[in-house]
Design a protein around this ligand. Structure first.
Ligand code: MFK
Length: 480
């Protein structure tokens, strides 16, 4: 292309400060939090907004540009089985710890509201993190699991302290290694065996087919004890410490390769064999799926929050671009059809945001012991609903947002295609849409979770006083 300075150039979209610029997020937080909590949380949100448009974004771009590498052997033929990640990826880990993205949920400085603040911070962090949100999500899930099931075991308590610290030097992330060859969805087919050892720990033998964040310091996984029955009740939950030995190898673990994925390219995801990996039993023998549900119900909320955050980012970028990109003699935003498209993106993202913050509020109340029976039931129901709905929405919104940039949305070095690649996984991992739809039915049938939620919705609709909204409220009453 010929050009020079006088030639026409397109103005790239700007991230800016997503906290300062996202009126919907600020309004939602203001509605949900008491004034004193909002005031106390404001500095963290302000800092995260500045970082999300600043140093975190730079780190995320650098981490994407330098994806992880598996080095099975060193130059002299020695098996080292190293997974090398970029300095930027490590810096994102430190940022996650410093900003207390996991810690906040366990420090609970504002009781149940702490979860709402955490999920608001995550909205800002996730789209500027090269999906470092994934290891952090699993870390939060593992922390919740250990908080509930760790008991007095000093090793499990120590692990919990590492997962929930703000000190980057002491901070651990956790993997969640559930997927085996026979089943990503049907976890009950897990074939990994746990052999008891004399010291009360176990040695795990089996293959794990997707292990995300394989460079974490620990992982939670499922395995079958000797004599345990088939099916998910026969599985037990284990913590696998991932401290490298003097030779720099993970004891009892052989990494086969890193996955080549559509997106989440900065995130190391491995296929590996547990060949006697040391492990500790968590929460006693059996009922491993029920026990690990305390982990994946938290990661599903993270998934929904990240989906909403990604949608808000995609929408904000498309709107910013439409202010300055001129076509047919006027900015894109002045074209009615384009304005309608942008409005539709906003509506999707804002709806997702409200749903996620509502679920975060319920999760906070449940964890602080202040939830009513109805709220606990609503949380059980809305966790898979939020995950499945926002995962699907995130893909559609990212796709539409790319189209709003025309050809630029299809060009790798604009960074825009990443919005779509990284959205696609949100509908897949942590349970596909259909698996989660069945989980909704499980919650309704086994825990009678629908009735309290319907009652809550009817009560909210009955409280609508605005005449302009009354017909919509009527329609929703009827639909319910
Ligand atoms: C950016 C955000 C980042 C997010 C992090 C991503 C990290 C990705 C890494 C991954 O690990 S991805 C892999 C994720 N895999 C899944 O999410 C598994 C998907 N499959 C399911 O969720 C199935 O529904 C399930 C494996 C749970 C079905 O299990 P079963 O054993 O075939 O069904 P069953 O017998 O109904 O459930 C066993 C027990 O668990 C029952 O309790 P009881 O023992 O008391 O009968 C269930 O009630 C309980 N249970 C199942 N789902 C539950 C639950 N309890 C609470 N909440 C749930 N959601």
């Amino acid at each position: 292309m010929s050009g020079g300075d006088a030639a026409f150039h397109q103005a790239p979209p700007r991230v800016g400060d997503p906290w300062a610029n996202d009126r919907a997020l600020r309004a939602a937080i203001t509605r949900l939090l008491p004034a004193d909590v909002l005031a106390a949380a404001a500095p963290a949100l302000t800092r995260m907004g500045a970082r999300a448009g600043g140093d975190l974004l730079t780190l995320a771009n650098a981490a994407e540009a330098a994806p992880p590498r598996h080095v099975p052997y060193d130059a002299w033929g020695r098996l080292v089985d190293r997974i090398e990640v970029s300095e930027a990826w490590r810096a994102l880990d430190r940022a996650g710890a410093e900003e207390g993205l996991v810690a906040l949920a366990y420090e609970r400085p504002w009781g149940a509201h702490s979860r709402v603040v955490q999920m608001a911070l995550l909205q800002l962090f996730h789209p500027s993190s090269a999906v470092y949100s994934c290891p952090l999500a699993m870390t939060d899930g593992a922390a919740r699991c250990l908080e509930l099931l760790g008991g007095d075991d000093p090793a499990l308590r120590a692990a919990f302290a590492h997962l929930t610290t703000r000190d980057p030097a002491a901070f651990w992330t956790s993997g969640q290694w559930m997927t085996e060859r026979a089943g990503g969805s049907d976890v009950s087919t897990t074939a990994t065996r746990a052999e008891p050892r004399d010291d009360g720990t176990f040695a795990l033998h089996g293959d794990k087919w997707f292990t995300s964040a394989t460079t974490s310091q620990m992982a939670m996984t499922l395995a079958r004890l000797p004599g345990a029955p088939p099916g998910s009740a026969g599985l037990s939950l284990f913590l696998v410490p991932l401290a490298r030995d003097a030779d720099g190898r993970l004891p009892g673990i052989v990494v086969h390769r890193l996955k080549e994925k559509l997106g989440t390219r900065a995130l190391p995801t491995a296929e590996l064999t547990l060949a006697g990996a040391p492990a500790r039993l968590v929460g006693g023998a059996g009922h491993g799926v029920r026990k690990i549900a305390s982990l994946f119900n938290v990661t599903r909320v993270w998934n929904a929050a990240c989906a909403a955050g990604g949608m808000r980012r995609a929408s904000a970028l498309a709107r910013d671009y439409a202010e300055r990109r001129v076509a047919f003699g006027k900015p894109l935003r002045a074209h009615p059809l384009h304005a309608e498209t942008l409005a539709a993106l906003e509506v999707e993202g804002r709806g997702a945001l409200q749903l996620v913050l509502h679920v975060a509020a319920l999760l906070g109340r449940d964890e602080c012991g202040t939830a009513t029976d109805g709220e606990r039931a609503a949380l059980r129901l809305l966790t898979p609903v939020a995950k499945l709905l926002t995962g699907k929405q995130a893909v559609a919104v990212a796709s539409e947002a790319l189209e709003a940039f025309g050809g630029a949305g299809y060009v790798e070095d604009t960074g825009l295609p990443r919005l779509l690649r990284d959205a696609q996984v949100l509908a897949i991992w942590e349970g596909t849409t259909n698996v989660l739809a069945l989980d909704v039915l499980r919650a309704i049938e086994r825990e009678d979770a629908l009735a309290p939620h319907l009652a809550d919705l009817h009560a909210r609709l009955s409280a609508v006083r605005d005449d302009a909204l009354a017909p919509t409220a009527q329609l929703l009453h009827a639909a319910l």
